[in-house]
Design a protein around this ligand. Structure first.
Ligand code: MOS
Length: 740
């Protein structure tokens, strides 16, 4: 798509289409809904990490004021997705994935839901929940990752890869090797996870839910309760952040539905902040070993990367921790392995830049270390090993403008001031360092359907059951539509977050703009063609060919004589229909997939100042560059990069969820103890995009930026800290005490 297609004729700013609703509090998030007769549910959670419930004392709670019901394994009605036959291979996928709340008396982790108190008000439910007493048969729980990650009998192999020779670094002229440690990180978006379940009879269910994929939630619930999908409606119009925590449904979702059925009233179940640590996943703790070998000139000869990450005992969670090491750089010999360690914890899940963010910390730190050993500039080392073809499948990329990112990033951060020798530059008594780290993530395109409705006033409404967890989905889609239709964004609405709309994808993996945008683009192109056809039948337009007509400013006009025009509204009226409706579904292009590799790339640059006495780290400058193809919505894309960088600051410097390995309880289970970056931790963040269209991936030429915004960032900070202090930190988050 050419540049001027993104010109909005009225010159509108790229503001969020739902920004006013959000900042004025008019936007209704899940827990803001209040269907008639709604009551409130609160979880009671386990206080052991492994064992079984021997006895639940419910009488005090039952007699507490306003209590309607207490759901537990003692009275949980049969749930189809919990039954043994749900594992029937002929009913594949029927079984509820993960922990099945109240299925039995087993305890898998500390903080697991063991009962659900339903009461007339939230306060009454909280009060009664505190009265539930549980007795357990406790077993010894294992939550010590460090202790058991080296025990082969406990590890589940989860993939190996080799090209060329294994451990080739050992023969290299120069090599580095090191272990890296990353903690559990939790998503902790501002909005707490919540579900409101509303039954209409026994077989119709409406659910308000914080979800990154309403269609996915619909299908999970339909299968779990044995319902027709069309009888399950999921509404998720506004999502206050998620970062991956709402990519799947967690136990509170079916729990709310079961409770609502029992009390025959709508039930709202909102997690507490503490429960956000034990119920909705997290970035798994990981150990990594990485070794990189190179010739004296800096040509990579071998990469070895091994990783182990934590999972629960009831579910295997894997992610691509070692994947980027296989293909971010050109290297003939690469071997990787990945294993998971099941422990008595809740199941982890994808968190922004899943896998790659963890892996890139090790890979990009190790490359930095290698650069010093080679006495080479770290950026030059990367350029020297720039992969022109995807090193795993040897395919060309649909597009790759990472070199441009390196160049611009260096320029913007002031890389020329970087001292080649660590701990040699000071400003105002602080040690100054510069560092960079790169990232890569898939840029694939999935399946989506979008419906366009143009009314007789010439206003366009687009519908798709996709979600917007925060990046600005509707804003980007409106811009894409405005570009195709050449009409002001103010005349277009994009409605999402409701399974009544045509099926949209789950928002994840940086694919929404590419996937849904393609459907928007196609549906608008079709609409435009219909409008031009209608115009040709209008008085005064006869004899004008399709090519001689164009859409613009809410009209169809003759290119040669722009005064000859007819409004879109008039064309709708002329069609004889109340409105024009078009539905388009698009999917990935297998031809492109088989011939090309598809990725987004990033390069983050930072300047840090470290206090030589206290070790306090201050970020002085941040530059995030990202090859996300054509940038469809500049302001929201920039915001994505800023958000990713802030997540990266958290990963590098503050975020660490700690489990007490004696009890299995999270020690950090509030935002007072689990530290996310504060405003004063975040300097101005400069962003830059090559902004080059990748028309092989989709008609907009866009690639995703959500994940690359974070991937590689923590390494950039660690590398800058090394440049400032001469201390190589291999354990996140970096704490002042590590530097003095
Ligand atoms: Mo993202 S971790 O795919 O929500």
């Amino acid at each position: 798509m050419d540049k001027e297609k993104f010109f909005t004729p009225s010159g509108e700013e790229d503001d969020r289409v739902d920004g006013i609703e959000k900042v004025t509090g008019r936007a209704k998030y899940t827990a803001d809904h209040k269907p008639e007769n709604m009551v409130y549910a609160v979880f009671v959670t386990s206080t052991i990490a492994r064992g079984a419930i021997k006895n639940l004392q419910l009488s005090d709670a039952k007699n507490a004021p306003g209590v309607l019901e207490i759901l537990s394994h003692l009275n949980c009605p049969p749930v189809p997705g919990y039954q043994p036959w749900a594992k029937d291979p002929n009913k594949k996928g029927f079984e509820w994935r993960g922990l099945k709340p109240f299925q039995n008396n087993l305890v898998w982790y500390y903080g697991q839901p063991i009962a659900l108190v339903v009461a007339l008000t939230w306060e009454k439910a909280v009060k009664a929940a505190a009265l539930v007493k549980a007795e357990y048969v406790a077993e010894v729980a294992e939550t010590d990752f460090e202790k058991f990650r080296t025990d082969p009998s406990r590890l589940k192999p989860s993939g190996e890869y080799k090209r060329g020779e294994a451990d080739a670094f050992k023969k290299a002229e120069v090599f580095v090797e090191r272990e890296y440690h990353t903690p559990i990180e939790t998503h902790n978006p501002i909005e707490l996870h919540a579900t409101i379940a509303v039954w209409d009879g026994d077989d119709k269910l409406t659910v308000y839910d914080k979800s990154q994929g309403p269609k996915g939630t619909q299908s999970e619930l339909a299968r779990n309760f044995g319902l027709d999908e069309k009888n399950v409606r999921v509404i998720s119009k506004f999502v206050g952040g998620a970062f991956g925590s709402a990519l799947r449904s967690w136990p509170h979702v079916p729990a709310a539905c079961i409770a609502a059925k029992m009390v025959k009233r709508p039930v709202r179940l909102q997690l507490t902040r503490r429960q956000m640590f034990t119920m909705v996943g997290y970035r798994p703790m990981a150990w990594q070993y990485i070794a990189i070998g190179a010739s004296r000139e800096g040509k990579l000869t071998g990469i070895t990367h091994h990783a182990v990450s934590i999972t629960s005992r009831y579910e295997d969670f894997r992610e691509g921790i070692v994947n980027a090491s296989q293909y971010l750089y050109d290297c003939p010999n690469v071997n990787t392995s990945y294993k998971i360690l099941p422990q008595d914890v809740n199941t982890p899940t994808w968190m922004r830049g899943p896998g790659e963010a963890t892996g890139a910390f090790a890979l990009e730190s190790a490359l930095d270390e290698l650069a010093y050993k080679l006495n080479m500039d770290p950026v030059e080392l990367r350029i020297k090993n720039y992969a022109e073809l995807h090193p795993v499948n040897k395919l060309p990329w649909t597009s790759k403008f990472l070199k441009e990112c390196y160049d611009k990033g260096r320029e913007l951060v002031g890389w020329s001031k970087r001292p080649a020798v660590p701990r040699t530059l000071t400003e105002d008594g602080k040690l100054i360092g510069y560092g960079m780290g790169g990232g890569v993530f898939g840029a694939s395109r999935g399946t989506a359907a979008v419906k366009a409705v143009l009314n007789s006033e010439g206003k366009l409404t687009l519908y798709s059951a996709v979600s917007d967890m925060g990046p600005g989905t509707a804003t980007a889609m409106v811009r894409i539509a405005a570009g195709v239709m050449q009409m002001p964004a103010s005349g277009i609405r994009f409605l999402l977050g409701d399974t009544e709309f045509p099926p949209g994808p789950t928002q994840g993996g940086s694919t929404t703009t590419s996937t849904v945008g393609t459907a928007v683009s196609m549906v608008c192109e079709t609409l435009k063609a219909q409008l031009i056809e209608l115009a040709q039948k209008s008085p005064g337009f006869s004899g004008l060919s399709t090519e001689e007509l164009a859409c613009g400013n809410e009209t169809v006009y003759a290119k040669k004589d722009e005064s000859k025009k007819i409004s879109l509204g008039a064309l709708v009226t002329a069609s004889g229909k109340p409105q024009l409706e078009i539905l388009k579904e698009t999917g990935p292009d297998p031809a492109v997939r088989s011939k090309y590799a598809m990725n987004s790339f990033s390069a983050h640059f930072v300047k840090v100042a470290v206090d030589p006495v206290t070790g306090a780290i201050e970020l002085k400058k941040i530059v995030c560059t990202g090859d996300g193809g054509k940038i469809v919505s500049p302001k929201t894309a920039r915001s994505q990069m800023i958000g990713g960088a802030v997540g990266g600051i958290g990963m590098a410097l503050t975020e660490e969820a700690l489990i007490d390995t004696q009890t299995g309880k999270y020690l950090t289970d509030t935002l007072g103890t689990y530290h996310v970056p504060r405003h004063r931790d975040v300097p101005f963040i400069d962003t830059w995009f090559p902004d080059k269209p990748d028309l092989l991936i989709n008609p907009m030429g866009s690639k995703g930026v959500g994940e690359i915004a974070l991937i590689g960032f923590a390494a950039a900070v660690a590398n800058a800290v090394y440049n400032a202090t001469g201390k190589r930190v291999n354990r996140l988050p970096i704490k002042p005490g590590m530097l003095v």
